[in-house]
Design a protein around this ligand. Structure first.
Ligand code: DOR
Ligand code: ZN
Ligand code: ZN
Length: 361
């Protein structure tokens, strides 16, 4: 048994589904899954129902999180095409601005260039503009980042051309960071016959060459992030399966397995799950907050061990080396030996989102 302590880990891309889709996940079940996965802070996405696009909505969600969350939670706000840019007033209290340039789950979508220009012009920061943008849409966002002197965070990079483009932008001094998900690092289109709709997400799984390009550009990847996007098994196996897979409980075990296989060092892991996320999104580093892992534990991922409400993972059956044994948040043991010990509401809401700045209530 080799037990190692890692500093508090941050997942910068999760969908906790509240409000509107709590049959898939909610702020309690999702943050419990985070702790079980060794993650003490999550940044939550705004594509809920209704979507989080104004100070009133941000405050309402912050209050729900304050009552229910067991991990710390920061909230993204979503960009809309509105002329008066209601999301901009949320800026001081949001993790960043999420812009959906390509089609995916939910109603938030920016389809026109004038709307995209307005968003890049209006967002005041300090959080970055985080984009779901692939291919040509990514190239457009990189150009707008420079033209409007913004800071861009590219979500879930999944294709060789996309990571090459980001590497090029960085080498030319672009204010650009990016994240890559475990599913794009550990799965490819070759897994689809086995996984069916359980392997469907946006961006879709790439070719083995895409996956290899991501590993080859490890230096260019600032964060690992799950894009934890739970949907029920019935929805995934139904007529029109929605895109998305859960990831909170499997990311760290998969990455620790890569460490065991010497594809990654523990320092590279900690940089991408702690230091870089904290710097890019301004997440406060908490004292006495850490995750303990057993680097030697061997087991197979099984749906029965999951706390996420959706109850399945595309990684079921994968052999793993590395287990989360304990999570400590501000001196309190919040997860130990497979059990969540934290009480609902013990997680903090970040960026002062509980303050009423700009909210009308
Ligand atoms: O697969 C995805 N699912 N990609 C996204 O961008 C959204 C997410 C979701 O919310 O289900
Ligand atoms: Zn996305
Ligand atoms: Zn997402």
């Amino acid at each position: 048994m080799t037990r190692v302590r890692l500093p508090g880990l941050i997942d910068v891309h999760v969908h906790l589904r509240e409000p509107g889709f709590t049959h898939k996940e909610d702020l309690a079940s999702g943050t419990r899954a985070a702790l079980a996965g060794g993650i003490s802070t999550v940044l939550d996405m705004p594509n809920t129902s209704p979507p989080i696009t104004s100070p009133d909505m941000l405050l309402a969600k912050a209050r729900l999180a304050a009552a229910k969350a067991v991990s710390d939670v920061g909230l993204f706000v979503g960009a809309t095409a509105d002329i008066d840019a209601p999301y901009a007033a949320c800026a001081p209290h949001a993790a960043g601005l999420k812009v959906y340039v390509n089609e995916t789950f939910g109603s938030l979508r920016i389809e026109s260039l004038p709307a995209l220009m307005r968003i890049f012009q209006r967002w005041p920061g300090p959080g970055p503009i985080a984009v779901h943008a692939e291919g040509v849409a990514l190239a457009a966002c990189l150009a707008l980042t420079r033209l409007y002197d913004q800071r861009l965070h590219v979500c879930h990079v999944a294709r060789a051309a996309d990571i090459q483009l980001i590497a090029r932008a960085k080498s030319r001094g672009g204010q650009v960071t990016c994240e890559v998900t475990p599913h794009h690092l550990f799965l490819t289109q070759d897994d689809l016959p086995r996984l069916g709709a359980l392997g469907y997400m946006r961006p879709t799984l790439g070719t083995p060459a895409d996956r290899d390009a991501l590993w080859e550009h490890l230096d260019c990847i600032d964060c690992f992030a799950t894009d934890h996007a739970p949907h029920t098994l019935a929805e995934k196996q139904g007529e029109n399966p929605p895109p998305g897979v859960p990831g909170l409980e499997t990311m760290l075990p998969l990455l620790l397995t890569a460490v065991h296989e010497r594809r990654l060092t523990l320092d590279q892991l900690v940089e991408r799950l702690h230091y870089n996320p904290a710097r890019i999104f301004g997440v406060p580093i908490e004292a006495e907050t850490w995750t303990e892992v057993d680097l030697d534990a061997r087991y197979t991922i099984d749906n029965s061990m999951l706390l996420t409400r959706c109850g399945w993972t595309p990684f079921a059956g994968m052999p793993i080396v590395g287990r989360v044994t304990r999570v400590v948040l501000r001196g309190q043991t919040v997860f130990e030996d497979g059990r969540v010990l934290a009480l609902p509401g013990s997680g903090r809401v970040l960026f002062g989102a509980l303050e009423e700045c700009g909210a009308s209530a």
